[in-house]
Design a protein around this ligand. Structure first.
Ligand SMILES: [Zn+2]
Length: 62
């Protein structure tokens, strides 16, 4: 199982995609990107809700 996130899934015009084995590992990667590329420090609660909803669980080999 892997968790994936793509910025375009929350409506951002951005090609960023990331994945991790757990949500706990994924969220810091998203936060780092949001800070560096989108100036979100921290990610606003409304955006974080979209992020949480956009995280996909993917079965298969990580
Ligand atoms: Zn992005």
């Amino acid at each position: 199982m892997a968790y994936t996130f793509a910025c375009k899934d929350i409506g951002l015009d951005c090609g960023f995609k990331t994945k991790a084995k757990t949500k706990e590992e994924l969220l810091p990667l998203i936060a780092k990107h949001a800070k560096e590329k989108h100036g979100m420090d921290p990610i606003p609660p409304d955006v974080m809700q979209k992020v949480q909803a956009a995280i996909k669980e993917k079965k298969g080999i990580f």
